[in-house]
Design a protein around this ligand. Structure first.
Ligand code: KMH
Ligand code: ZN
Length: 277
């Protein structure tokens, strides 16, 4: 089972938790701790030193380097960024050539805002992924997003099977429920791998369902900052908990090498990457 840690996010304020990695070095250290706890992918957003969300490609390149110095974890950049960023800003960090990046497969309400992902935006981001050899993970916030992904596949911009992440429980998107997750899994094109990210308290519930249903799991502060009611979590604590539970279910977690194989990621020459097994 693949565990992805979404360690930062764009919306969280540093005042909300002392555990948020801010600098590239902090991201590298967080990645290494989460890798040791059993994560094999880190989903990356970047912050300035003051904690504000940034699209600065230099900051993303620095984060990639600091993560690569400390572990062999798969680095997945966001291309969702934050509401209000331009598509060009969202795609710019891809020039650093992470192994993976997210592609949100449609527009969705996002709290009181709108997270815009029209077809022209999605096509533009995918073109940049192709240009830099970055493998997409398809982010599905709502049921119609799967139909959008199928359209992109028909246009030749995506290939199936793909790796898909259901992001459930965003206010404005599909609720995090067992029924919704089952529906989405059944609606997947054949051969796709899938993970689920539940928002807030749904994070643990969705992880448990994914463990039981044969899926993969995303946890981390981007989606949920609590270990339990009133108790803040670190990223590695959230990873360690799902790894422990999955182990009890007879679902050992994948190393990054095994995850690369499961996801069909192209083999790349290691550039100073350190194996932290
Ligand atoms: N911050 C959200 C508006 C992604 O990283 O791909 C979008 C997001 C999705 O976080
Ligand atoms: Zn994200």
């Amino acid at each position: 089972m693949i565990v992805t840690v979404a360690a930062v996010g764009a919306e969280l304020l540093p005042e909300q938790t002392p555990h948020l990695p801010i600098t590239p070095v902090q991201l590298g250290e967080t990645a290494a701790r989460c890798r040791a706890a059993g994560a094999s992918i880190i989903h990356v957003h970047c912050r300035n030193d003051d904690g504000a969300n940034t699209a600065d490609p230099g900051r993303f390149a620095a984060a990639l380097a600091e993560i690569g110095k400390r572990s062999d974890i798969i680095v997945q950049f966001t291309t969702g960024g934050a509401v209000g960023m331009t598509p060009a800003e969202r795609a710019a960090p891809l020039a650093a050539r992470p192994e993976m990046a997210t592609l949100t497969c449609g527009t969705v309400n996002f709290g009181d805002d709108v997270f815009e992902n029209s077809f022209p935006i999605m096509r533009g981001i995918l073109a940049e992924m192709h240009r830099y050899g970055v493998v997409p993970e398809l982010e599905i916030f709502d049921a119609g997003h799967l139909a959008n992904a199928r359209r992109l596949e028909r246009e030749g911009l995506l290939r199936f099977p793909a790796h898909v992440d259901f992001v459930l429980g965003v206010p404005g998107g599909l609720d995090a429920s067992a029924r919704n997750l089952s529906y989405l899994v059944e609606a997947l094109p054949p051969g796709c791998t899938w993970s689920v990210a539940g928002i807030g308290r749904a994070q643990l519930e969705m992880a448990l369902l994914a463990i039981a249903m044969g899926g993969h799991v995303r946890v981390g502060l981007e989606d949920n900052i609590y270990y339990a009611k009133g108790k803040l979590a670190s990223n590695e604590e959230l990873v360690a908990r799902v790894v422990r539970i999955a182990g009890e279910f007879g679902r050992p977690v994948a190393t990054p090498e095994q995850a690369r194989e499961l996801l069909g990621l192209p083999v790349r020459a290691a550039i100073g990457a350190k194996d932290s097994t």
